[in-house]
Design a protein around this ligand. Structure first.
Ligand SMILES: [Fe+2]
Length: 156
């Protein structure tokens, strides 16, 4: 009998463990935002012909450092660094998959740059799309506006 390991479930469990260890209010926001961005990334990956599993996982982990520490300063780069040992410990990912995930996470705050690879752009867009869907009536941050307009054209 062959077993298939659900890598998204393994990573989701690690994220739940982290969120369950922090301040209750930040954890509540984290559950909504991290799982929301993960789903937005899958939607965009399907549309763009990218790997939905990697998309989901990068969405789940993208703000890991911020939620763990409460510190937003350089949280993208710090999250990219933090999630490498976490993924390596699962022994479920090859080096290039971990590199793709970590690189997209490390650059996801650069919303005004559009020269990243498709996964870098996917994660930035997934982060913005989650904000668009969570606060449909409110104005987007200045740095997100161009991306939000492009997403509206792509999806709606
Ligand atoms: Fe985010």
């Amino acid at each position: 009998m062959e077993f298939t390991i659900d890598r998204t479930a393994v990573v989701a469990n690690a994220v739940r463990t982290m969120l369950d260890s922090i301040d209750e209010q930040r954890a509540a926001e984290g559950y909504i935002h991290l799982f929301g961005v993960a789903k937005c990334c899958v939607l965009l990956a399907k549309k763009r012909g990218l790997d939905c599993e990697l998309a989901y996982i990068m969405g789940l982990l993208h703000d890991y450092s911020y939620y763990l520490t409460g510190d937003r300063e350089e949280h993208a780069r710090k999250s990219g660094d933090m999630i490498l040992p976490l993924l390596a410990k699962t022994e479920l990912f090859v080096i290039c998959e971990m590199g793709t995930i970590a690189k997209a996470i490390a650059s996801h705050s650069d919303k005004n740059k559009t020269d990243g690879n498709p996964y870098d752009e996917l994660l930035k867009d997934g982060d913005v799309l989650d904000r668009m869907l969570m606060s449909p009536g409110s104005e987007q941050k200045e740095i997100h506006k161009a991306r939000a307009e492009k997403l509206t054209q792509e999806l709606f």
